[in-house]
Write a protein that binds this ligand. Structure first.
Ligand SMILES: C[S@@+](CC[C@H](N)C(=O)[O-])C[C@H]1O[C@@H](n2cnc3c(N)ncnc32)[C@H](O)[C@@H]1O
Length: 249
């Protein structure tokens, strides 16, 4: 067991409560679109880290020979097994001590997990360890430097400074911590650990209740498709996706 705080999804029906009862079709489509652009087409061993009930499995089932969904929550993993059966293998554990050998995986992804991580450098080092040289990690990061967060800071509604590189912890959202990161902070970690950064996408650029009221989901999704690449250089969106590669020896 880790000394780190773990956001425990045991006993929580994330699928129903977070995705099905709410209007998040746009966010779901945006995640899928980014993964399709970044994940290698063919992999032998692949793991969805903090994969939950396998919401995004449709994007990797056909790309890998052996697929693991890894998560701390047995509730999430049981649901994943019920949905995908033998197409996947579930593994339970803690991100800070992944149950994979050194250099074991050809690819992995980690989406919507970084906001739970109190020790980002340690988690990224673990991801690096389990990847083969030449292997690819697709990692989504919760961005603290977004326009709405800048506006809240400048108008005094929030004390969190989106411009400094310090990790933001919104304790009011979760007692376990709810972390957002400056892009430069995470990119420095990727570099220090040894990853090569191959591609960046800005994802869920139009995540806004107002925009969702004004535009139909399919129109927002079309705009999103173009915006993911165009807005990547300024790391605009609340989700930033990175395609990272562990260098060949
Ligand atoms: C917001 S959900 C995202 C699930 C999935 N990646 C998706 O995008 O639908 C976050 C997941 O991370 C898992 N998680 C959080 N901290 C973890 C840790 N330290 N070790 C393993 N899993 C963890 C939770 O159990 C949960 O299933």
């Amino acid at each position: 067991m880790s000394e780190k705080v773990i956001s425990d999804y045991n006993g929580y029906d994330y699928k129903t409560e977070f995705w099905e009862k709410t209007n998040r079709e746009y966010e779901d489509q945006s995640d899928r679109m980014a993964i399709r652009k970044l994940l290698p087409k063919r992999m032998d061993k692949f793991a969805d880290i903090g994969g939950g009930y396998g919401r995004l499995a449709g994007e990797y089932l056909k790309r890998a020979h052996k697929i693991y969904i890894f998560d701390y929550s047995k509730t999430e993993l049981a649901q994943a097994k019920e949905i995908y059966g033998d197409k996947i293998e579930t593994k339970a554990g803690d991100i800070y001590k992944l149950p994979f050998k050194d250099n074991e995986l050809d690819g992995l992804m980690m989406v919507r997990v970084t906001h739970h991580l109190s020790d980002m450098p340690k988690a990224i080092a673990e991801l690096y360890r389990v990847l083969k040289p030449g292997g690819v990690a697709v990692i989504e990061v919760a961005n603290k430097r977004t326009l709405p967060k800048m506006a809240r800071y400048i108008t005094g509604k929030s004390k969190v400074n989106p411009f400094d590189k310090k990790v933001a912890n919104y304790k009011e959202i979760s007692k376990d911590g709810f972390y957002n990161y400056h892009p430069k902070y995470v990119e420095d970690i990727f570099k220090k650990v040894g990853f090569n950064q191959e591609r960046v996408l800005s994802v869920s650029n139009f995540r806004s209740k107002t925009l969702k009221k004004v535009f139909r989901t399919n129109n927002l999704v079309k705009m999103e498709n173009a915006a993911q690449q165009i807005l990547a250089p300024v790391r605009f969106a609340p989700s930033i996706y990175y395609k990272l590669r562990k260098p060949e020896k």
